[in-house]
Design a protein around this ligand. Structure first.
Ligand code: GLC
Length: 570
């Protein structure tokens, strides 16, 4: 049996360019991370996940890698990286790297060689395809398939020199690697072993369920479904959980992870189903420890990407409840509200107004951390950092926001205001504004000009102000993390959803042996009496943690209140 240490662990995600800038160039760096390791040790997390720090043209902020075995000079070098590993390990923190191998940068030597000629030895390391039959290469509509890329435009880029197209599911500077080719897989595995030998403790695998494409025997790829009003088709049926995905991940396990101890592997998997996730995370199958699913962060989306749908709490509960039930016996959940691709949860599912920001940030943390699975905290979440007040498209830097904005306005007939409304609420730059360390200029993030503007609320919301305040979000997260470490029912207890149809309260129990926990979060700005079945049986139970003073009458929750009760059943 594999070592399942990560069941009781909490992971903290660092987005290095926005975490802390030690050299004053306006961009976060590894020395900045080293300088703030005590912030993480103080919080009590077990693992750091570093978003990419490899050499990169930074077209997608480092998710476009031009050298897998080095550090971008923006962030430092391998010696500083080793210092970071040492500093983290000395504090009992593990370090997990981002692994971006669905695609490389177009400036990676592999791709440069691949594109150099149609007969290059590395031609087949990427997805090169001729124009659609009967069409002149390079003309509109001649792309090999009708797929759109995630960042706007076609998923195919025409290459004049060789008259063929290459596939890029993301930007044109992120060509997809061809995992059908065993030499590609071997190169990736050997790179991964090199990092593990250096001392890293695992990988967060970027869009890893896209590496297997449903290629036809003649080498062609099928067209996708064209949504009404869209400029390009959705090709995901041909690359999400493709035919060889389990084979590839199992092979990766065998070639990279087998025989190594105490690692953590988490696969980012947009569109993954519960049934698939059960297979991916069944320890006996040796694929990955856990996956990131997206259903719960897409709970406020409808079929029209440019309309905001208010969250229905019963829908969110149905989604997370389905994942809890689906992976109850086999497999394991990862738990998150935030990451570098999501808006700030307190602004999205909580209430970031001055009256309720702190309470709702803590309430969201409580509900998430008390689920069964491994929680992930994204930098600034532990401070209750909020979305940014974007004025116009000029305030955005994210390639996704800019690319989708252009496509929606130029090709899909949307108005700038309707697109901006959604980008303000959901754009990825909300998560990427600099970490707010203190109330000094630029929030103590940099002495220079930050690459992305600091949220103006930093004078009020910052780490320094929270260290000394026992009622801060930071100290509350510290307590949540400590509770997971101390209470086995948080780690292993059975999960039972209560009040599934209630749109105001998120309530559930966790039960392990004689210990039972009752968790309730109020997702409204009103006081709500919780209609828990058998509420009277909880009379006298111990209040383990609450973000607000204990309810005066039993189970009457103040606006955005969260409570955790514990009882021991004789
Ligand atoms: C993942 C990353 C995202 C990136 C994309 C392409 O979804 O989280 O930031 O843009 O993959 O690498």
């Amino acid at each position: 049996m594999t070592d399942l240490w990560w069941k009781s662990a909490v992971v903290y995600q660092i987005y290095p360019r926005s975490f802390a800038d030690a050299d004053g160039d306006g961009m976060g760096d590894l020395r900045g991370v080293i300088d703030h390791l005590d912030h993480l040790a103080g919080l009590g997390v077990d693992v750091i996940w570093l978003s990419p720090v490899y050499p990169s043209p930074q077209d997608d902020n480092g998710y476009d890698i031009s050298d897998y075995q080095n550090i971008d000079p923006l962030f430092g070098d391998l010696a500083v990286f080793d210092d970071l590993l040492k500093g983290a390990h000395a504090r009992g923190l593990k370090v997990v790297m981002d692994l971006v191998v669905n695609h490389s940068s177009d400036e990676h030597p592999w791709f440069i060689e691949s594109r150099s000629s149609a007969t290059s030895a590395k031609r087949d390391w990427y997805w090169w395809r001729p124009a659609r039959t009967g069409m002149a290469p390079g003309t509109p509509g001649a792309e090999p398939t009708n797929w759109g890329s995630a960042f706007g435009g076609s998923a195919w880029e025409f290459d004049e020199a060789t008259g063929e197209y290459y596939l890029h599911l993301f930007s044109r500077k992120q060509p997809d690697l061809n995992w059908e080719n065993p030499a590609v897989r071997e190169a990736v595995y050997s790179m991964m072993r090199w990092w593990l030998d250096r001392g890293v403790d695992g990988f967060r695998m970027d869009v890893i369920n896209m590496i297997s494409k449903a290629v036809r025997p003649d080498g062609s790829l099928p067209d996708g479904r064209m949504p009404t009003g869209a400029a390009f088709a959705d090709g995901s049926a041909s690359y999400i959980n493709g035919p060889r995905i389990h084979e590839f991940l199992h092979e990766m396990y065998d070639r990279v992870f087998a025989g190594r101890e105490a690692l953590l592997t988490v696969g980012e998997m947009p569109g993954v189903t519960v049934d698939e996730a059960k297979l991916f995370t069944d320890p006996a199958r040796h694929e990955v420890d856990m996956v990131f699913q997206f259903d719960h962060v897409w709970a406020d989306r409808g079929s029209d990407p440019w309309r905001l749908i208010p969250l229905r709490l019963s829908n969110l509960k149905a989604i997370l409840g389905r994942w809890q039930a689906g992976l109850a016996d086999v497999g394991w959940n990862s738990l998150y509200w935030n990451n570098h691709d999501q808006p700030r949860a307190v602004s999205r599912y909580g209430d970031d107004s001055p009256a309720h920001r702190v309470a709702s940030a803590k309430m969201l943390g409580t509900v998430l951390h008390l689920h069964r699975g491994t929680p992930y905290v994204y930098q600034g979440e532990e401070l209750g950092m909020t979305n940014f007040p974007f004025r116009s498209i000029a305030d955005f830097r994210d390639i996704e926001a800019l690319g989708q904005y252009r496509q929606a306005i130029e090709h899909e007939g949307r108005s700038p205001e309707e697109v901006l409304t959604v980008l303000r609420a959901r754009g990825r730059d909300n998560a990427r504004t600099p970490m707010q360390w203190d109330a000094s200029p630029q929030a103590g993030f940099t002495t220079g000009t930050p690459w992305l503007a600091v949220n103006p609320n930093y004078t009020e919301i910052n780490a320094a102000a929270q260290y000394d305040d026992p009622d801060s979000v930071y100290h509350y997260y510290r307590q949540l993390i400590a509770l997971r470490h101390a209470e086995p029912a948080v780690v292993d207890g059975d999960f039972t959803m209560l009040l599934p149809d209630d749109d105001r309260l998120y309530a559930f129990t966790r039960r392990l042996g004689p210990t039972e926990l009752l968790v309730i979060g109020n997702f409204t700005g009103s006081t709500v009496q919780a209609p828990i079945p058998d509420a009277v049986s909880w009379t006298g139970a111990e209040l383990v943690l609450s973000n607000l003073p204990a309810p005066a009458t039993e189970l009457s929750l103040a606006p955005w209140q969260a409570v955790i009760y514990r009882r021991v059943i004789e």
